[in-house]
Design a protein around this ligand. Structure first.
Ligand SMILES: Cc1cc2nc3c(=O)[nH]c(=O)nc-3n(C[C@H](O)[C@H](O)[C@H](O)COP(=O)(O)O)c2cc1C
Length: 188
């Protein structure tokens, strides 16, 4: 019997009614039984200042420890000005430092996103994938979960109602689990 995988999810938005936080909540509903998903809120991670990188804030220590404890990551990114938001970039930059202490090193990661635009965070996701190269993360290629025209796919409480999107999120999680197990097998 294989053990349960732990997945840490976080969204690159601090907004209370965030669509990207909402798709993480949707992921909680469809996570396969051989994995556990925990959500981490990026609020409170200070702006990265290299002068302070050897005195990390408590919240950053918590974030890095949660990343290290997880087998895999699930990132929900909004798109800001055709890229990932500063909140997400700052969290990744902070978790990657100081040099030699990159908590993201070697982590399998699945990426998804929701935006009110027609491309559903495609451009932000490709920028995020570019950062994954230098961070030495292992992003899952497919399915690509890009939830466009978000205002049509959530109810008034901000919950995802689009059934096709929920199926895609389930497939993304299944893919991430298989990908993570494959990488773990290769490292054993
Ligand atoms: C500064 C800023 C820039 C934005 N740029 C884009 C963009 O390039 N593409 C896009 O599809 N939506 C863009 N949007 C709209 C976001 O998709 C929308 O605000 C979305 O709700 C953000 O994600 P969240 O709901 O998780 O906070 C932008 C919003 C802001 C505030």
């Amino acid at each position: 019997m294989t053990s349960k995988l732990s997945i840490l999810g976080f969204a690159g938005s601090l907004r209370q009614g965030s669509y990207n936080k909402a798709i993480l909540r949707a992921a909680l509903e469809v996570v396969p039984s051989d994995a556990e998903l925990e959500i981490f809120d990026l609020a409170g991670i200070p702006l990265f200042n290299q002068d302070m990188e050897n005195q990390p804030a408590e919240k950053l220590k918590e974030f890095k420890a949660a990343i290290r404890a997880a087998d895999a990551l699930l990132i929900a990114t909004p798109e800001y000005n055709y890229s990932m938001p500063g909140v997400l970039k700052n969290a990744l930059d902070s978790a990657s430092r100081p040099y030699g202490d990159n908590a993201l090193d070697g982590k399998p990661v699945a990426i998804m996103g929701a935006s009110i635009g027609m491309l559903g965070t495609a451009r932000a996701q490709y920028h995020l994938r570019q950062s994954c190269v230098f961070l030495n993360m292992y992003p899952l290629n497919q399915p690509e979960v890009m939830i466009a025209n978000a205002m049509e796919r959530f109810d008034t409480q901000g919950n995802l109602t689009d059934e096709k999107a929920k199926v895609l999120i389930r497939q993304l999680l299944e893919g991430l689990i298989a990908w993570t197990r494959q990488l773990q097998k290769g490292r054993a």
